[in-house]
Design a binder for this molecule. Structure first.
Ligand SMILES: *Cc1c(COP(=O)(O)O)cnc(C)c1O
Length: 374
């Protein structure tokens, strides 16, 4: 293998020279964490950029999810999707909440609102949907069910940075939305995350929860955790934000080229999304159909052999992991759409610095493998 490996994603790092002055400020101020100047600036900058009123930064998205559930005092059972990154359901177990898996819809691969009601029991307190791959959930249908049954809605919006759905800002729906700024995400602070909240009072409560429950030096009002983002992370976020528009534009170009290529290959399709007004092209998932000459795993292996590290997001399903598979809602037979998607999907490499000739290599391999004469 002569060529260098291509990963499914690669962080978009601004020139290091732009980071040095921020680093210098941290060294000068000696403020490293605990709601320092960069932390405050990034909260405001992200509110402005994302068009939300209040947002609390976190050290990572998983702590933000765990804290969001704690903030709304969610207990009992929570309806969620098996087709996600494992942290979605883990955040429930960390709060002693029982996940109830409900199948997804085939078009968006998001939680299917038509199947939610049948899963509601007297123990159900909330719905935890995921805007999978940055494709918005059916937020209106989910809210209607939540209102009818008096349930909270917390969106795992880890993939949905900057997405606009038909109803406007995707982050404006539900009681809370949780973002992840992990290295693999569209917008990164290396590790990081945030809770988007509708009002100042809730944000203040969340700010207490992420700082051990302290409200001042001597008063602790809740069993809080240490979820604080530090100044280095916040500085990186501020810098990233200056480059995010061009990074998203480049992702859109790459996605358009993939779509053109896939349209011409029988047996392959891509997840069409939910017709969002603004997409972020965080992922490029393709589905390997029965009339493609190779199975998903054979195509995946072939790409790997050529140094192209696609990812089978999300295989296995969360409901197949050992701590979940004994749950009554974890039966694969009750989750046919999710099981099928997990068996067919490969996420292709997409990131701002993906070179055109590298994308050509990816397309060439899936195209050649699709030729019937082979
Ligand atoms: C990345 C991700 C998370 C977890 O975020 P971290 O910042 O890595 O803790 C949660 N949910 C989904 C769907 C994710 O993709």
């Amino acid at each position: 293998m002569s060529e260098k490996p291509i990963y499914v994603t690669q962080p978009y790092l601004p020139p290091i020279e732009e980071f040095i002055p921020l680093l210098q400020q941290i060294w000068d101020s000696k403020v490293l964490t605990n709601n320092g100047p960069f932390h405050k600036q990034l909260e405001q900058a992200l509110c402005d950029h994302l068009g939300v009123k209040h947002l609390a930064l976190f050290a990572n998205g998983t702590l933000a999810l765990v804290t969001a559930l704690e903030a709304l005092r969610i207990t009992g059972e929570v309806i969620t999707t098996p087709y996600s990154f494992v942290a979605t359901a883990h955040s429930l177990l960390w709060n002693n909440i029982t996940p109830v898996f409900v199948d997804i819809e085939p078009r968006t691969l998001n939680l299917d609102p038509a199947r939610i009601e049948a899963a509601i029991t007297p123990q159900t307190t909330a719905i935890l949907p995921v805007h999978c791959y940055g494709n918005p959930c059916d937020v209106d249908a989910i809210q209607t069910i939540a209102d009818n049954y008096n349930l909270k809605v917390i969106y795992d919006a880890a993939h949905a940075f900057g997405v606009q759905c038909q109803q406007g800002n995707v982050l404006a729906h539900g009681d809370l939305s949780v973002l992840s700024f992990h290295a693999t995400k569209v917008f990164t602070t290396f590790e990081g995350g945030a809770i988007v909240c509708p009002d100042a009072k809730r944000k203040l409560h969340i700010d207490h929860l992420k700082n051990f429950g302290f409200v001042n030096q001597t008063t602790v009002v809740a069993t809080g955790i240490n979820g604080k983002m530090n100044e280095l992370q916040a500085a990186i976020g501020l810098l990233q934000l200056q480059h995010i528009d061009q990074a998203l534009a480049r992702r859109a170009e790459i996605a358009a080229r993939y779509r053109d290529a896939i349209d011409a290959i029988p047996g392959l399709s891509y997840v069409p999304g939910a017709g969002q007004r603004v997409a972020n092209h965080a992922y490029f998932p393709i589905l390997v159909g029965d009339d493609y000459p190779l199975s998903r795993d054979a195509l995946f292996a072939k790409l790997m052999a050529q140094g192209i590290n696609g990812r089978r997001y999300f295989y296995p399903l969360i409901s197949d992991f050992p701590m979940y598979r004994g749950l009554p809602s974890a039966q694969a037979s009750d989750l046919p759409v999710a099981s099928d998607a997990a068996a067919r999907v490969i996420c292709l490499p997409i990131y701002p610095n993906l070179q055109a000739n590298d994308q050509d290599r990816v397309i060439e391999i899936i195209n050649d493998s699709g030729a019937r004469s082979l």
